[in-house]
Design a protein around this ligand. Structure first.
Ligand SMILES: Nc1ncnc2c1ncn2[C@@H]1O[C@H](COP(=O)(O)OP(=O)(O)O)[C@@H](O)[C@H]1O
Ligand SMILES: [Mg+2]
Length: 230
């Protein structure tokens, strides 16, 4: 079953003369195991699309389904988001008064997982990110790259089926960037669906499909498996 499905989704910010048509009737589906890269110029609607796909924002028209459920009719959207969707934001949104491990545990604890199990899950994913030794440090005791990896660990913890990443490699050196793509790809191969916004063609090469956004519309879509078969 499709993990996320956007059907004719439009999003207008503001009203009247100052209205911005950020998305203009976009349709997109991502299946389990699929990594879709979204690329396009600044202001083309990439972040808007990602926020709508994860239920952080509501469309002006059109529908968004996650795991077959229409987000417009879901009662506890926050719970569905916590359980099913992992986000990596451009600004990291780490909580500065919590350690790395506590930041990663938080979404699981909010979801009713006991502290001890949440801590185990957090340590597992922190170890995958090569951060086990830094689990008890606070964000301002970590480097930029380490903070980025904590944010990604927080997005990956638990059994999220949909991962949304908005330029997750933005501030990172190419080595760390490659590591992160490797992790996203591994989650994908384990059955998650990944939507990745990226400016960098080298990262789009990890995708199954690359979607080009321009001025709020999808202007092109390239199936990378067909590309490499040529
Ligand atoms: N909250 C908002 N209020 C008004 N305009 C917005 C808002 N969010 C985004 N926009 C506008 O919508 C368009 C698409 O923005 P965005 O989705 O952030 O693009 P991208 O991520 O591709 O740079 C831009 O013109 C941006 O200025
Ligand atoms: Mg953006």
């Amino acid at each position: 079953m499709t993990v996320v499905r956007l059907t004719e989704v439009a999003r207008v910010h503001g009203e009247g003369a100052t209205a911005v048509h950020a998305l203009k009737g976009v349709s997109l589906e991502v299946a389990p195991g699929e990594l879709v890269a979204i690329t396009g110029p600044s202001g083309s609607g990439k972040s808007t699309l990602l926020n709508l796909a994860g239920g952080l924002d509501r469309p002006t028209s059109g529908t968004v389904h996650i795991d077959g459920r229409d987000l417009a009719t879901v009662r506890d959207l926050a719970a569905l988001r916590r359980r099913s969707v992992g986000y990596v934001f451009q600004d990291l949104n780490l909580i500065t008064s919590l350690t790395a491990a506590e930041n990663v545990m938080l979404p699981r604890e909010l979801d009713g997982v006991r502290s001890r199990l949440a801590r185990e899950e957090a340590m597992t994913v922190l170890a995958e990110m090569d951060l086990a030794d830094l689990a008890d440090r606070f964000p301002d005791e970590l480097s930029g790259g380490q903070r980025q990896r904590v944010a990604i660990a927080r997005a990956l913890v638990g059994e999220r089926r949909l991962l949304l990443a908005d330029e997750p490699t933005g501030a990172l050196d190419t080595h760390t960037g490659d590591e992160i793509l490797h992790l996203l790809r591994a989650r994908c191969d384990a059955g998650a669906a990944v939507l990745l916004v990226t400016h960098e063609p080298r990262y789009a090469a990890w995708a199954d499909r690359v979607v080009f956004l321009c001025d709020g519309s999808i202007t092109d879509s390239t199936d990378m498996s067909l590309e490499s078969a040529r």
